[in-house]
Write a protein that binds this ligand. Structure first.
Ligand SMILES: [Ca+2]
Ligand SMILES: [Ca+2]
Length: 106
């Protein structure tokens, strides 16, 4: 699998529409669709939280900038960007930790 930004952007769009098209407005995620997307696509992320319903409520409230009760693509991208930043922090952190571990073994 090659990692390309273009491919990642395309995937992002495809994933959004796969879930947004299930109910109601085809171009927006309602709460059920958002929950479905989070469970299917970000299961590890939801797995570390004990109360997934509350997390979905919280994410929904945080994301829904224009308060129409649904998450459009623009609002969704904000979530993905925030999660990506969080993942990057984790990546950098564990990378640095690994390097330290290597030094200790020398
Ligand atoms: Ca929808
Ligand atoms: Ca909205």
């Amino acid at each position: 699998m090659s990692a390309s930004l273009e491919g990642a952007m395309e995937d992002l769009i495809k994933v959004f529409h796969r879930y947004s098209g299930k109910e109601g407005d085809k171009y927006k995620l309602n709460k059920a669709e958002l929950k479905n997307l989070l469970q299917e696509e970000l299961s590890d992320f939801l797995a570390c939280t004990s109360d997934s319903n509350r997390v979905v409520e919280k994410i929904m409230g945080d994301l829904d900038e224009n308060k129409d009760g649904e998450v459009d693509f623009q609002e969704f991208v904000v979530l993905v960007a925030a999660l990506t930043v969080a993942c990057n922090d984790f990546f950098v952190e564990s990378h640095e930790k690994n390097e330290k571990d290597c030094e200790c073994k020398k």
